[in-house]
Ligand binder design. Structure first.
Ligand SMILES: Cc1ncc(COP(=O)(O)O)c(C=O)c1O
Length: 444
């Protein structure tokens, strides 16, 4: 095992690195000791000091078949021995071609049959918005506005952020790329005035569950109703499967639960098995055919990055799809989903827990407000505590996320939920004691 100089690495990290979505003052504070993750095997990760943890949030919702998966490793190595990357602009490559075909074949009955590659969830959505926008312009339509759902999250590039639903992007008078409005639910969508509908290019939705909103479940039938509204009003439907895709909900894609066929589907995160950055924006042949024409006519899609169609990432994604089939992953997942439900029921009984939400293999455990100091985040404290019991995960607001790789064993799953149970109980107990102490000090 490699010996790591943890202290020197932390010092260098704090000196040279700017972390995403991070309060860098807190990060760089002398008392903050970030974990340095150095190895992974199956559903577990190891830090630079040799401690092992269950990967409770699948390394930010990406990993599905486990770390160091032999089949994906071999596919990447095979590709690496040929070539790591070649341009997708003016050229193509077998790994991307094979993956595109395999993805389209997942939907034999759907008209979604064109694959546009990009790099991550945000760029996948960015592409979806640009395609929808350009599609209507090519048809000389007035439709140019997007509708998203309140609290939804679709990424942080300018276009994706212009959907504006995530509160973190509602910072003053920011002006992103696309005009967009947010609606709270299907009722509000159905109540839109005809003038508003006439301006709408597409509706964007996370199917079944809003992830970054804190694992909030849509009432059953919502996605279906949105599909029907879009069909009725001739509006495009963009389904964001970035979190829900590739088995997380118990089926390959979230939209399958309500038999919904979108006009555009975006997949990323677990697409490459959680190995390499890769996204796909999958569109219908009808949409694609609107772009049939020359660059001079404005019919090329003006989008693409240096690493578009990267062969290593595509090889990893193709290998991941093979695992789904060879190892009957969705079948073996069903008893795990039932086991997760059974163990989560124990968490629901804890005094510190407000609500437990589950969608397939995705769980959100919402904590009650801290009795000791209003606004303090007990979910964050419980996640830090859980490390002591061998579990890594991150909160969203006051919600603890549990979304392990699909390959996790029953035993590891039990341990993960138990680790959360003791951590929540510890954190809640400390908070109650602190509240009592505060009250005594006030009355003294
Ligand atoms: C539903 C959804 N869409 C898009 C994104 C953006 O993906 P990425 O972080 O890969 O850009 C996320 C990220 O969490 C997401 O959950």
């Amino acid at each position: 095992m490699t010996e790591w100089n943890t202290k020197a690495l932390i010092e260098a990290d704090k000196r040279f690195i700017w972390h995403p979505f991070t309060d860098m003052r807190e990060w760089c504070a002398p008392e903050h000791e970030p974990l340095i993750l150095v190895e992974g095997q199956g559903a577990t990760l190891r830090d630079s000091t040799g401690r092992e943890y269950i990967d409770g949030n699948s390394s930010i919702w990406t990993n599905i078949h486990g770390h160091n998966n032999p089949h994906i490793n071999a596919a990447i190595r095979r590709q690496l021995d040929r070539v790591a990357h070649t341009s997708f602009l003016g050229f193509t490559n077998p790994a991307a071609i094979e993956l595109a075909q395999a993805i389209v074949e997942l939907f034999p009955d759907n008209p979604t049959s064109r694959v546009f590659f990009s790099d991550d969830g945000s760029t996948g959505i960015e592409v979806a918005l640009r395609i929808a926008d350009q599609y209507w312009r090519l048809r000389h339509s007035r439709r140019h506005q997007f509708i998203a759902f309140q609290n939804g999250y679709h990424g942080d590039t300018a276009g994706a952020a212009s959907l504006g639903a995530a509160t973190m992007f509602q910072i003053g008078s920011t002006r992103w790329n696309f005009p967009a409005m947010q609606v709270p639910n299907i009722k509000a969508l159905e109540a839109l005035a005809p003038a508003e509908i006439a301006k709408t290019a597409a509706v964007v939705i996370e199917p079944l569950i809003q992830g970054a909103a804190g694992m909030r479940l849509w009432p059953p039938g919502t996605l279906r109703a949105v599909r029907e509204w879009c069909s009725r009003t001739d509006t495009l439907l963009i389904v964001d499967e970035v979190m829900t895709g590739f088995g997380r909900t118990g089926r390959m894609f979230g939209s399958e639960h309500e038999a919904v066929i979108p006009d555009i589907m975006v997949m990323a995160k677990a697409l490459s098995g959680g190995y390499l950055p890769l996204a796909i924006t999958l569109v219908t042949e009808k949409l694609f055919s609107a772009f049939d024409g020359s660059v001079a006519e404005g019919k090329a899609l003006a989008y693409g990055h240096s690493y578009t169609g990267n062969a290593l990432a595509c090889a990893a994604a193709k290998a991941s799809l093979e695992i789904f089939e060879n190892e009957r992953v969705l079948e073996t997942l069903q008893p795990k989903i039932r086991h997760l439900s059974a163990t989560l029921a124990d968490l629901e009984k804890l005094t510190g827990v407000k609500e437990v939400r589950q969608c397939g293999f995705i769980a959100g455990i919402e904590m009650k407000e801290s009795p000791s100091s209003a606004g303090s985040n007990l979910a964050a404290a419980a996640c830090v505590e859980a490390r002591r019991y061998g579990l890594l995960t991150r909160p969203i607001g006051n919600v603890i996320v549990l979304m392990p790789p699909l390959c996790i064993t029953m035993d590891q799953l039990t341990k993960a939920v138990e680790a959360l149970g003791v951590s929540i109980a510890d954190v809640w107990r400390r908070s109650v004691i602190a509240a009592k102490k505060n009250a005594e000090e006030v009355t003294a």
